[in-house]
Design a protein around this ligand. Structure first.
Ligand code: C2R
Length: 181
């Protein structure tokens, strides 16, 4: 039964137009980066992940940006660790809004990636979220899209209501649920 439901969902997802392009600097980043796609999927937003590096495969980054522009992708998310120039390079090659997701790892636990993503020169903004802030990268992309797509605004409202419900229970109810996990 579950299998049928899952495959239905993935067909629906496949039918939807990709609105968010998620580019990440290494296959090793994927365990964190996939959470961006998962959150967007929960909000009904179709996205795709492409592994490409401004340092190692700059031609692949440019080829993806060409395709993203042609296919009317609306928001781009650049994810990278250490010397994280990827989101900045993307922002230099597009007028689409670019969100930067700095990733932890390496000797500085993500501080290096945070600074190299956020400290952009004036005129080339990268809206940078917290180190490993996959959920917020997705939520910010959805908020940008919600300006244009009312159904995404509705999905954000529903998600906020669900979050609110966690705070409307008593401490004892919350404790009981935590113990049952
Ligand atoms: P490997 O684990 O593949 O050696 O990569 C990746 O995002 C990854 O976190 C180590 C780290 O290097 C990052 N990377 C960048 C860029 N390309 C890869 N910061 C870039 O273009 O900015």
């Amino acid at each position: 039964m579950k299998k049928t439901g899952d495959s239905k969902k993935s067909v629906q997802q496949a039918d939807k137009k990709i609105l968010v392009g998620i580019i990440t600097g290494s296959p090793n980043d994927l365990p964190t980066v996939v959470k961006v796609r998962d959150t967007l999927t929960e909000l009904g937003v179709a996205s795709e992940i492409v592994v490409a590096s401004a340092h190692r495969t700059p031609d692949k980054v440019m080829a993806y940006l060409d395709r993203a522009h042609r296919e009317n992708v609306q928001v781009l998310i650049g994810c990278a660790g250490v010397a994280a120039h990827l989101a900045g390079v993307i922002a230099g090659h597009t007028r689409l809004p670019v969100i930067g997701l700095p990733l932890s790892g390496g000797v500085m636990s993500g501080l290096d990636a945070l600074l190299s993503t956020v400290q952009m020169p004036p005129g080339v903004p990268v809206a940078t979220v917290a180190v490993d802030g996959a959920k917020n990268a997705a939520m910010l992309a959805a908020r940008i899209l919600a300006l244009k797509f009312p159904e995404i605004n509705d999905a954000l409202e529903t998600a906020a209501k669900k979050e609110r419900a966690r705070y409307d229970q008593t401490a004892d109810e919350a404790l009981a649920k935590l113990k049952a996990k």
